[in-house]
Ligand binder design. Structure first.
Ligand SMILES: [Zn+2]
Length: 245
């Protein structure tokens, strides 16, 4: 059976689901994380926005949603406009307000080949555009998102993007890292990337008591792998090479 347009949902652990966009090529596909809370739910990133994501979230929970974007790239913020509460770091606020193919990196990555299943009949890649998703509030270093029974701390870890944040749950020592770190070539050369800041962010991450990383792309991993990726990067490796890498 070939996959249909829409989303796949995998329960990763109690209350944590990974939502994936079936229509996006795996090398480009963003990990969308849903965390069910007692009072509210947390959505970390929202994919490319090719089709609405809210109906899929509604199958998981009826709670109100705090939608967080880890940074303002097209593959992470495309569905953010659907949510009444959209939080992210203020450094990227103008991109959320006025996203373009250039400032969200869509121009550099989105090709006909990156969409493996058309989201609807007669879909043309030229019609893809990220919808504006103005922030309804800011998240910065030290802020806390409280779901009633689960608490997430905000780390500002710039470098890949100026407003890159990760969310950390101390109780489970779990980091939702966005594109700061994942198992693949890390992008340090986008128009607003900053290598020095990126290295400082990863050095900082290396010292944090993280046991599990749920990244913005690719499979989750543990502390040993996290240290390995950071050390590779700081030694000049682990860099993004090409779109098909
Ligand atoms: Zn990114």
């Amino acid at each position: 059976m070939s996959p249909k347009p829409g989303f796949s949902i995998t329960t990763v652990e109690e209350g944590v689901s990974l939502i994936e966009e079936n229509h996006v090529a795996s090398w480009l596909r963003c990990n969308i994380w849903h965390i069910k809370g007692k009072d509210r739910d947390l959505l970390i990133d929202s994919g490319m926005g090719l089709i609405p994501i809210k109906p899929t979230i509604a199958t998981l929970s009826e709670n109100n949603i705090t939608a967080v974007s880890t940074h303002a790239h097209f593959d992470h913020m495309g569905g953010a406009h659907e949510f009444d509460c959209h939080l992210a770091h203020p450094a990227d606020k103008d991109i959320y307000l006025n996203p373009t193919a250039g400032n969200t990196l869509a121009k550099d990555f989105v090709t006909a080949e990156s969409i493996t299943i058309p989201p609807h009949d007669d879909f043309h890649i030229e019609e893809y555009a990220v919808k504006p998703a103005p922030l309804t509030g800011y998240l910065d270093e030290g802020d806390v998102i409280d779901l009633g029974n689960r608490v997430f701390q905000v780390f500002h870890l710039p470098g890949h993007a100026p407003g890159a944040i990760s969310l950390y749950e101390q109780r489970t020592k779990t980091l939702f890292s966005g594109d700061v770190i994942y198992q693949g070539g890390l992008i340090d050369n986008a128009y607003h990337s900053n290598l020095e800041e990126y290295e400082a962010s990863l050095r900082r991450l290396r010292e944090l008591p993280v046991d599990t990383v749920h990244g913005g792309h690719e499979a989750s991993f543990g502390r040993t792998r996290m240290i390995e990726i950071i050390d590779n990067f700081l030694a000049g490796g682990q860099r993004y090479q090409s779109k098909q890498a």
